[in-house]
Design a protein around this ligand. Structure first.
Ligand code: PMP
Length: 408
């Protein structure tokens, strides 16, 4: 590695030492889920062994301890994204849950017949389907900002979609299928000129880029722990306090209430208003440990090193005849989506797996983007700071040997 010091962190991930049919695992499916370092595993074990109890509802020792740890994790997330207050961070089960919370809490309260919601062509299904459900229920309309052939959002076209009926914008920060980084700061500013709030799906950005929600001035920002060294089943929704306060709760139940009678229920304050029932306490605390871990390396060092991996891999893959990178634009995180002439991505994935190489093949829950590029599916290699150039060499050799198998 040429970015100083970053190579040492690979040893923190026990799973990277496993073998796949006697071959070393080469894990290049980080955009789906990343792996967990020992520090996070230790935190989860420590929690279960010494801190576990239900939170917020008891005076006893363990409950207080679990509550403190859970709320400390919220503060870690607050600092990680530069939120003004900890109550602006809501624990959810992940990005999908966060987006659905905003759809129900904000969308169903404020979006009416004839209103318009702007999305982009690059969205993951989880930032399309909830808005379609809402549009169908309300008689609202979805408008879609297009991209160019390099996978870049066309900001001028996006700007033209605004009119007096526009009520909401939902955009991905980084495309999961292609890796393109969208110019969201500019896009948020454009929406705000029209007094329209913006939700950013940060599932693919938060693991790789330094996020500052106040600088971006986004109204909502959502991401999942399992893509950033944390456990599954937990994520956050950031929302500006005044917007969260104006919203209706998504789920009803314990902990989200101030008082309940059969005549009337009043709701708790944010963030608790949106955290009904027993939350995934262990997972939230594990998420906090993952944040500590990432911050110890530094998001800027992660971004620099991963960019180096991206350049190295792109250069080599571009040189293989018959292989095309989909969305080969300069402003990307370390994701390479590619197709090989005459070979179905599923076969590519299966043959690479025989070499111990894990890539994802399919539509990546982004069918509109596949349609845009006129492909049914792609193979996607997505890198993390624990990957190496040697692993990229193995991927490139693997692609060449897949081509040989099919040339026979
Ligand atoms: N949005 C994007 C851009 C994603 O990549 C993903 C995960 N593939 C999601 C949303 C959904 O995240 P989750 O499955 O953790 O809810």
């Amino acid at each position: 590695t040429t970015v100083p010091g970053i190579g040492q962190f690979r040893a923190d991930f026990p799973i990277l030492d496993i073998k796949v049919d006697d071959k070393p695992l080469i894990y290049l499916d980080n955009a789906a889920s990343s792996q967990m370092p020992q520090a996070v595993i230790d935190c989860l074990v420590r929690y279960q062994k010494t801190q576990h109890a239900n939170i917020h509802r008891a005076v006893h020792y363990l409950s207080n301890l679990a509550t403190q740890e859970y709320e400390a994790a919220r503060c870690k997330l607050q600092n990680f994204i530069g939120a003004r207050e900890d109550r602006e961070v809501i624990f959810t089960s992940g990005t999908t849950d966060s987006i659905n919370l905003v759809m129900h809490g904000y969308g169903r309260k404020f979006i009416q017949r004839g209103d318009e919601i702007i999305l982009s062509e690059l969205e993951h299904h989880s930032n399309i389907v909830p808005w379609q459900m809402l549009a169908e229920e309300r008689g609202a309309h979805i408008r879609v900002a297009p991209i160019n052939d390099a996978g870049e959002l066309l900001v001028e076209e996006y700007e033209k979609l605004f009119n007096s009926k526009t009520r909401f914008v939902a955009l991905s920060h980084v495309s999961n299928a292609l890796g393109s980084i969208n110019p969201i700061k500019r896009m948020i500013a454009i929406a705000h000129q029209h007094d329209v709030p913006v939700l950013i799906d940060g599932a693919q950005a938060a693991p790789h880029l330094k996020i500052d929600v106040q600088d971006l001035d986004c109204d909502f920002y959502a991401f999942s722990a399992h893509k950033m060294c944390g456990p599954t089943g937990i994520g956050i929704l950031y929302g500006k306090a005044h917007l969260l306060e104006s919203m209706q709760p998504f789920k009803g139940g314990g902990d989200m209430i101030a008082s309940v009678s059969f005549e009337k229920t009043t709701y708790n304050e944010i963030p608790y208003k949106f955290e009904a029932g027993t939350p995934p306490i262990a997972a939230a605390i594990g998420f906090g440990a993952a944040i500590d871990y990432l911050e110890q390396i530094g998001l800027d060092a992660i971004a620099d090193y991963e960019h180096e991996l991206l350049l190295y891999a792109s250069e080599q893959i571009r040189m293989i005849p018959g292989v095309k990178i989909i969305g080969d634009c300069p402003d990307k995180v370390a994701v390479i989506s590619f197709v090989i002439d005459g070979i179905h991505p599923h076969d590519v994935g299966t043959l690479l797996n025989q070499e111990g190489i894990a890539v994802r093949t399919g539509h990546h829950c982004a069918q509109p983007i596949m349609q845009r590029f006129n492909v049914a599916a792609t193979s996607r290699a997505s890198f993390s700071f624990y990957n190496t150039k040697k692993e990229i060499d193995a991927l490139v050799a693997g692609i060449r040997s897949v081509q040989k198998v099919f040339a026979q």
